[in-house]
Design a binder for this molecule. Structure first.
Ligand code: SF4
Length: 621
């Protein structure tokens, strides 16, 4: 087998059994690898109704078909599981080098099942795996865990682990690799903690076999050259992902004070230029990536002076900055460092704090609920204090560790109007009232409120087409145009393939589909692989993930947005007066997807067309 290593590890933590399984070539043809393959294993491994925090749930780490191959940005891995935050299919994804190091052990992925009676960590080396006692690591932070494992095993061992947030079952705990890189969303770290698996450490020497090395090298060379001249690459390298902030704010869509407005008045204090001036130390990159969008940083003034780490990324600035009404970039950077070390998803953490601040503003939470803390928008000290409390599940942090949806359900009193989540996943920092098509992608993304399942912000403000879709220009972001629904669907299908290939989605915004076809053709030896095959893989994975969630109780009624976005017009800025009108876009989307309008289920015909016949009896009578 080319591209893939052809083997996966299965680890049952309940009895300590470790086994190897051959990877079927048919599965690779259908799902490519990464998130696609992991979704298929999840479907086969996890029974209907499994408790996300129970022994029946599986946590599946899977590298992509091109992870570790020498093409641009091919260093990613996916983790797929049933989410303890949303109760449905979930994927988190990360780069750095850990995925490449896992693949070099000779295994494409690791399927974790069961619950260990005591804390353990997994060591995977060339063709071998063993479990070790992790009692001495339990209670340690991400940095302490990583350093301790490296000191014990050797500096070259790469570590993916959880911090105390995962141990404490904060519902949005992340899995951290390479110290600062996060498979952040949906609570993968929570599932890992429930299984008492503290870390997976990997090192290997097995190369990734490429079917046609010279043609692959030429195709990769073309891509590197093209990327070097690309406007998006130049911007991301110079400013990092926070480049996006001004572009979103200028459109009136930067969620501010828990989405009460889309205009942040002190944007110059937290934007990309501020980040460069205040905390940037150097650019950082992931395996084989010329974009270098990562930021090494240091806090140079104030209460946290001298602290060092990486980030913050745009989404982190959005969650702790705009959403919490905070313009203190040093405090935002500190919150980011804390989340990385506790193992917390920054989007869900910042969003949940912002929601609590609005509850306090409205008198729904009082000092008597918060150990005397005044949860006021704009207070950086309170925000930092709440990050600590959430990770430790201390006081009010115990409630906030449940995420926005559960906090709102517990508090009642109309808080659902401003509980900013979709399907239980807290939303990223793009107000969809300012870009209507984004509302559709939030409502339909398989893992819940998510911006990178179908990223439809960029085409209009960057003025460069996303080359992975045929037609990508949005005429007017403030108009619900049903003709543009195809952009959202194509984007979702195409970007899903990147999660299967193990490549960064930024490549999907810079390079043509045909270039990717060449890499897959030459890398895997699939001479006839076409653009249609590429899109079909994405569509198949999206449908299987949907079927998994339908089996767990998801219906079309869940494809919606928070009431604030549907009913509360933006009060100022270029999108003033706008709300999301989802219904016409959803109707057009269901039609394009081949999903039943009444139930939200993929139709039998669609599932047959995608070669997923075997799942039909499980969701259709
Ligand atoms: S674009 Fe950024 S996140 Fe993606 S692989 Fe490159 S450095 Fe990593």
């Amino acid at each position: 087998m080319f591209g893939c290593q052809g083997k996966v590890l299965r680890v049952n933590l309940s009895d300590g059994r470790i086994s190897e399984e051959e990877l079927s070539e048919i599965l690779v043809l259908k799902f490519l690898g990464g998130a696609g393959l992991a979704t298929k294993y999840l479907w086969d491994s996890v029974p209907r109704g499994a408790d996300p925090l129970g022994a029946e749930n599986a946590l599946i780490f899977m590298t992509g078909a091109l992870t570790g191959a020498a093409a641009p940005s091919t260093g990613r891995y996916s983790v797929v599981f049933k989410s303890p935050l949303t109760g449905i299919w979930a994927q988190a994804n990360s780069a750095g080098h850990w995925g490449v190091d896992l693949k070099r052990t000779g295994f494409d992925g690791v399927i974790i099942q069961g619950i260990s009676p005591k804390p353990v960590y997994l060591i995977v080396t060339d063709g071998k795996a063993e479990l070790r006692d992790a009692s001495h690591l339990w209670g340690k932070s991400v940095s302490e865990t990583t350093q301790t494992i490296k000191a014990e095993r050797g500096e070259k061992f790469n570590v993916a682990c959880i911090g105390i947030a995962g141990e404490n079952q904060v519902r949005y705990a992340s899995i951290m690799n390479d110290l600062h890189r996060a498979a952040g969303r949906c609570g993968g770290g929570t599932v890992m903690g429930s299984k008492r698996l503290k870390a997976i450490t990997v090192i290997g020497t097995k190369p990734v076999n490429i079917a046609n090395p010279s043609a692959f090298k030429e195709a990769a060379k073309r891509q590197f050259k093209h990327l070097n001249d690309h406007m998006l690459k130049i911007g991301l390298e110079a400013f990092g992902t926070n480049l996006v902030l001004d572009l979103v704010n200028v459109r009136g869509g930067f969620p501010t004070r828990n989405w009460q407005t889309g205009m942040f008045p002190e944007v110059d204090e937290i934007n990309a230029i501020a980040l460069r001036e205040k905390v940037l130390v150097d650019k950082k990159t992931c395996f084989s990536c010329p974009i270098r969008c990562g930021r090494a940083s240091e806090i140079r003034r104030g209460a946290y002076k001298g602290k060092r780490g990486e980030g913050p990324e745009f989404e982190t600035v959005g969650a702790f900055g705009g959403m919490c009404g905070i313009s203190d970039l040093e405090a935002i950077t500190m919150a980011n460092y804390l989340c990385n070390d506790y193992g917390l998803d920054t989007i869900s953490t910042g969003s949940t704090i912002a929601f609590a601040m609005e509850c306090y503003e409205k008198g729904i939470l009082a000092k008597s609920d918060t150990e005397g803390l005044e949860l006021k928008f704009g207070d950086p000290n309170i925000m930092i204090e709440l990050v600590h409390k959430i990770a430790k599940r201390e006081g009010i942090g115990d409630l906030l560790a449940e995420g926005v949806r559960r906090v709102s359900e517990k508090l009642g009193k109309g808080t659902d109007r401003f509980a900013m989540h979709v399907k239980g996943l807290e939303l990223p920092a793009y107000d969809s009232r300012a870009v209507k098509l984004t509302g559709l992608t939030f409502a339909t993304a398989n893992r819940g409120g998510d911006h990178i399942t179908g990223y439809v912000q960029g085409p209009t403000y960057l003025d460069v087409p996303f080359l992975v879709v045929e037609e990508s220009m949005i005429e007017d972001p403030l108009v619900e145009n049903v003709k543009e629904v195809k952009i959202a669907k194509d984007m979702e299908d195409a970007l899903t393939v990147f999660d299967c290939a193990g490549a960064c989605k930024f490549m999907g915004m810079c390079l043509a589909t045909e270039e990717w076809i060449d890499l897959i053709k030459f890398g895997l030896g699939w001479d006839d692989f076409s653009v249609t095959d590429f899109r079909t893989i994405g569509e198949r994975v999206i449908n299987l993930a949907r079927v998994f969630s339908v089996r767990e109780g998801l219906t079309g009624a869940d494809d919606t947005l928070p009431k604030r976005l549907l009913e509360e017009p933006l009060p100022e800025g270029p999108a003033k007066g706008h709300v999301n009108n989802l219904a016409p876009l959803l109707d057009a989307y269901y039609l394009l997807r081949g999903w039943d309008k009444k139930t939200g289920k993929p139709t039998r015909g669609k599932l047959r067309e995608l070669g997923l016949e075997e799942v039909i009896p499980l969701i259709w009578d």
